[in-house]
Design a protein. Structure first.
Length: 262
DNA sequence: CGTTAGCCCTGCTGGC
DNA sequence: TGCCAGCAGGGCTAAC
């Protein structure tokens, strides 16, 4: 249980994890801090600390956080980036194969500034067709790059954008502003159902992702188009195609996901 | 307002 | 079998 733990020591194993800030700051400032809560905003994991500051962790693609209980025994941890040791003897281990992940200690105003730049949370009750319609209105850019823009909607990654657009039967290159009312409604529902299903299956373990309890996710077993280039579309049996949108690999069914409104 | 390119990084894949 | 180029992607900056 992270909430209530007091940090005894912060060991930065790989200095790249704190970029662009200096790694010494964590080791100097974290000891003695108590965790008052654990929350998520977009793709950021937040350890809220008593006093208002915040430890903000972003796993990117290959980061893995593991909660290790006291007396769990020795374990070999490849790609170690950071270890937080708690006064009770438990610890939190951050591994990251590709070293893209980050951990930062932010003051309350710094955190407010970072999270204030993020768009709304798609899984909240207030997010729906009405709010999505406002976000796409007059936006002349591919709907997929809009979905990936964290300042527009928070938390949608490449996998989930592809899968949500397929579920909504919308071509990833459609101009966001060209979506009609029915399409906006389908897309808002598809975003929610895709994210909910992924959470239920504990995420997508394409390579090394593991939950905090060390388990692999299973959402990748249910991908309908993502990374399925050349395979049959589950909707029509046609061939799934691949293209690039905003520099990201993009998978879709050209039959089910039309460029024309409908 | 918007785009693309490049950077960061390492492990896997495919071609020869 | 072994080598090497290319790919994967989230967030950021720079250039346009």
């Amino acid at each position: 249980m992270l909430t209530g733990e007091e940090i005894a020591r912060a060991c930065v194993i790989d200095a790249r994890v704190t970029r662009p800030k200096k790694p010494q700051v964590l080791a100097a400032k974290l000891p003695g801090k108590k965790i008052s809560g654990v929350t998520r905003r977009g793709k950021y994991l937040r350890l809220e600390l008593v006093g208002g500051s915040m430890m903000v962790i972003h796993l990117r693609m290959t980061g893995v956080l593991t909660y290790v209980e006291k007396g769990a025994g020795q374990s070999n941890w490849p790609h170690l980036s950071l270890i937080l040791e708690f006064t009770g003897g438990d610890s939190l281990v951050f591994q990251d194969q590709r070293r893209f992940g980050t951990a930062a200690l932010l003051t309350a105003p710094e955190a407010a500034s970072l999270f204030g730049r993020l768009g709304p949370e798609p899984l909240t009750r207030s997010f729906g067709a009405v709010q999505l319609a406002r976000l796409v209105r007059n936006r002349k850019r591919p709907v997929k790059s809009l979905l990936l823009d964290q300042g527009v909607i928070a938390g949608i990654g490449n996998i989930y954008a592809d899968e949500a657009l397929f579920r909504a039967r919308i071509h990833p290159l459609r101009d966001a502003g060209s979506l009609n009312e029915a399409e906006v409604k389908r897309l808002s529902g598809a975003i929610k159902s895709t994210l909910r299903d992924a959470i239920k299956l504990e995420g997508s373990s394409i390579s090394n992702y593991r939950s905090a309890r060390g388990r692999r996710g299973r959402f990748q077993e249910t991908f309908r188009v993502h990374r399925r280039q050349g395979e049959p579309c589950p909707g029509c049996g046609g061939s799934v195609e691949k293209t690039r949108v905003g520099g990201r690999g993009t998978y879709f069914c050209p039959v089910c996901q039309k460029m024309t409104p409908g």
